[in-house]
Design a protein around this ligand. Structure first.
Ligand code: NAD
Ligand code: ZN
Ligand code: ZN
Length: 345
């Protein structure tokens, strides 16, 4: 079968022919129908694969949707052949105290047991077939289109999870700032508008991405530059936003984020752009809470699917076949993708 694999760190992946996988005990085999390309894949190429000692070659892709075509011993009674499912990525051991509260994404044992998400430690979904390690990671998508369903598993799940802990701060008098209107950010805007009465300010360096933000319901759209904090202060009576969601996380956006968050506000640093925040008395607004959330829970994913099924989130996608997948990664790297690039093997 064909798969887009990272072969060497610091290089773009390649389209290769590799053997079709067969499911072992507990595993489920999917015929992949869609795989979203996340900016984190660029970080995997640039440094994560080395930092986390990922075994290479490794098939990329952690936003996966497919049809169940086979299952190993133990998994077979738990799934239905022909069912269309998405893959919950950040699964845990299912047994530890953290998993018991539903936060499998923060499993205490995942590292020790080498439990990794597809495409982030073992072969992912940018291929014709993929293995899912546990039947419970297969979440039904019903009649959702696989192409728009794939980004729900991360580009929607991650901002949804971040919004869960900050939602109580977003009432009718509140302002939320979304920095970076890419795969995650364009969905975050819609989630905030749908789930809270707050006004949304979108920031990006690209005019095209800002016009997408406007179309999706952002109340204010500003260039992400040194003047942005002043503009946010102007519309918040000088106080700053109740909640800031940073979907870039480089030093430039972190330096802006702290200036835009108000006293007792929430500052969510979701992007993994390598920036570091200076946090402490005098450095951050009084009683400001700083979050660095990772992905989301399986419950959150079921919620996100329900929202998509009733039309509350519209995923903006660019479709690519496997032959054009590497080119799609180049476009993502160059900031040219609008919404989410999705591979259709
Ligand atoms: P993307 O490439 O689709 O979007 C990034 C957006 O940010 C683009 O619109 C780009 O124009 C904009 N941007 C770039 N520099 C900017 C700046 N200085 N100010 C404002 N906007 C700027 O990326 P994505 O797939 O949406 O991912 C966003 C970030 O979130 C990445 O760092 C990714 O690795 C990370 N991520 C984190 C998690 C998590 O669990 N914490 C999950 C998924 C992705
Ligand atoms: Zn991702
Ligand atoms: Zn666990």
């Amino acid at each position: 079968m064909r798969a887009i694999q990272l072969i060497e760190p610091k290089k773009f992946p390649e389209l290769r022919d590799i053997p079709e996988p067969t499911p072992g005990p507990g595993q489920v085999l999917l015929k992949v129908t869609a795989a979203g390309l996340c900016h984190s894949d660029i970080a995997v190429m640039e440094h994560y694969a080395v930092a986390n000692n990922y075994p290479l070659p490794m098939t990329l892709g952690h936003e996966c949707v497919g049809t169940i075509v086979d299952a190993g011993e133990g998994a077979r009674p738990l799934v239905t052949m022909g069912e269309n499912v998405m893959v919950y990525g950040p699964g845990g051991c299912g047994r530890c105290r953290m998993c018991s509260t539903g936060y499998e994404n923060y499993c205490y044992n995942a590292a020790a047991l080498n439990i990794t998400p597809p495409g982030l430690g073992h072969d992912g979904g940018c291929a014709e077939y993929m293995l899912v390690d546990r039947a419970r990671y297969c979440v039904p998508i019903g009649d959702l289109d696989p192409v728009t369903a794939a980004p729900l598993t991360d580009a929607a799940l991650t901002p949804y999870h971040a919004l869960q802990h900050s939602r109580s701060k977003l009432d009718a008098n509140s302002v939320a700032v979304v920095i970076g209107v890419g795969g995650l950010g364009h969905i975050a805007i819609q989630l905030i508008k749908h789930l809270t009465p707050a006004e949304v300010v979108a920031l990006d360096i690209s005019d095209e991405h800002l016009s997408l933000a406007k179309k999706l319901g952002a109340d204010f759209c500003f260039k992400s530059d040194k003047d942005a904090p002043g503009k946010v202060k102007d519309i918040t009576h000088g106080h700053g936003a109740e909640v800031v969601f940073d979907f870039v996380g480089n030093q430039a956006t972190i330096d802006l984020g702290v200036q835009m968050t108000r006293v007792r506000g929430d500052w969510n640093i979701v992007g993994i752009g390598g920036g570091l925040a200076n946090v402490g008395f005098g450095a951050t607004p009084f009683e400001c809470q700083v979050f660095s959330p990772y992905w989301g829970t399986r419950t959150d994913l079921y919620d996100v699917v329900a929202l998509a099924q009733r039309g509350a989130i519209k995923i903006h996608t660019e479709k690519y076949n496997l032959d054009d997948g590497v080119e799609a990664y180049h476009r993502l790297h160059e900031g040219k993708v609008m919404g989410r690039a999705v591979l259709v093997p």
